[in-house]
Design a protein around this ligand. Structure first.
Ligand code: LLP
Length: 417
């Protein structure tokens, strides 16, 4: 069983009690040290195998500008992968150089494309029709297209982004034609991108996808008689959400990908296209947890624990059946009971966890919902007119509020018309 990277913080019950008093619950809590350690570990691993590489942080995982700025502090050359004008805004506000960033949209409006085009970032197009829309705005010097390699992966069906059922990318049978057209209308330089799924812990899956990407890259290069400058294998790098799961061995992962590049592009790595990755989850998921208080306890046909964090605070369990460990803060008794852990939302899908074993727990106790740094706050919402929580960043004893708790009045500010 692996020790959780935040186990020291979670066991510091005095600190967590103090924080809960000061900032209220539910509260998103992030560790600055862990954020920096994660990005350093990843950039070292890719750098050891690929001299030419670029890391684009996937802003959708967590768009808090203090989180992005912290990642950039540890990796100065960090770019961002953005998928909306709002994410471009977050990247820029965090101090990210947008000329080192990429916009990956899908079914974008002309307005979206205009914002991306003007922002100076690279544009990664999801379809030939996206190119037609872009052409009405301008012709960039460089673009990439997103490949759907006909195969996807991921922890749940809902987060597989490759394959026959996926709304993303261009099928491998059609992609060379897209480049031919792009070249004909005056685009000069090209890359290729593919993001086929998320939350995967198996290295062989990444090898398989990389081979499919490089198969297409070779077809494209032959078709347009020109080298691709960058290959992005997207992301999908998972983290262990459960005690019995093993983290990805990042050094081994990039060594394996390097071997594939040797096979396709030869021994001279200075001749290789730049390898790009767009990590979200692996950088931020295990850096954060939700500090939440038990607000109700009920014995019905099942036993329920009600928290002040529900599906509006963390969507993943209700949306995908995703699993997050829940830990009681403070002294744990040896005897446990089985509960469905829910929130206060008027939906029966409002579950954080089902059939979960917790030690003896009472109304007023604090709990931590683990590994919620990615796709936690960024997917939270206001159903039942619940304001969103605050977010804080902890660096040892140093605590910084990085987003204020929403007020009920905030939710209605747009109605002042
Ligand atoms: N690049 C692109 C183009 C993407 O669409 C995504 C995620 C990423 C990179 C980052 O992937 P990651 O490193 O996080 O695997 N809401 C879901 C995850 C959806 C991911 C969508 N795209 C969840 O809560 O698990």
């Amino acid at each position: 069983m692996n020790k959780h990277p935040l186990s020291n913080l979670i066991s510091n019950q005095d600190l967590l009690k103090k924080i809960a008093e000061q900032f209220g619950t539910p509260l998103y809590v992030y560790s600055e040290n862990r954020l920096k350690a994660n990005i350093s570990r990843l950039s070292t691993a890719i750098g050891n195998s690929f001299k030419n590489h670029q890391v684009y942080y996937a802003v959708k995982a967590n768009s808090n500008i203090h989180i992005i700025a912290t990642l950039k502090e540890a990796l100065h050359n960090l770019g961002c992968d953005c998928s909306s004008p709002g994410e471009l805004y977050a990247a820029k506000k965090s101090g990210i150089d947008l000329s080192k960033s990429v916009y990956t949209g899908n079914y974008e409006s002309i307005e979206d494309l205009k914002t991306a085009y003007k922002s100076d970032c690279e544009i990664n197009l999801d379809d030939i029709n996206s190119l037609n829309r872009l052409e009405t705005i301008g012709i960039p010097e460089y673009i990439s297209f997103r490949l759907n390699p006909g195969k996807g992966h991921g922890r749940f069906k809902g987060i597989m982004t490759g394959g026959k059922d996926s709304k993303f990318g261009i099928p491998k049978e059609k992609i060379t034609n897209a480049y031919k057209i792009a070249k004909k209308i005056g685009i000069k330089r090209f890359g290729l991108q593919c993001h086929a799924g998320s939350a995967t812990l198996d290295i062989d899956t990444f090898r398989e996808i990389t081979k499919l990407v490089l198969d297409s890259a070779k077809d494209i290069e032959k078709c347009i008689n020109q080298k691709l400058e960058k290959i992005s294998i997207g992301s999908g790098f998972g983290i262990p959400y459960k005690d019995n799961e093993t983290p990805l061995d990042l050094d081994l992962l990039f060594q394996k990908i390097q071997n594939i590049f040797y096979d396709y592009y030869g021994q001279d790595s200075s001749d290789w296209p730049t390898l790009c990755i767009e990590p979200g989850r692996i950088l931020v998921a295990d850096t954060g947890f939700i500090l939440t208080r038990v607000t109700g306890k009920k014995s019905s046909y099942k036993n329920f624990i009600g928290l002040d964090a529900g599906m509006e605070t963390l969507m993943r369990p209700a949306l995908y059946g995703a699993f997050h460990r829940v830990q009681k803060i403070g002294k744990e008794s040896n005897s446990t009971s089985t509960y469905d852990i829910t929130g206060r939302i008027c939906e029966n899908t409002d579950r954080i966890s089902e059939n979960y074993n917790l030690p003896k727990i009472e109304e007023g106790d604090l709990c931590a919902i683990m590994d919620t740094g990615a796709y936690g706050y960024s997917m939270s919402h206001n159903f039942n007119t619940r304001p969103r929580p605050a977010e804080i960043l902890i660096n040892n004893e140093n605590i910084k509020l990085i987003r204020k708790r929403e007020s009920i009045e905030d939710l209605f500010s747009g109605c002042d018309v």
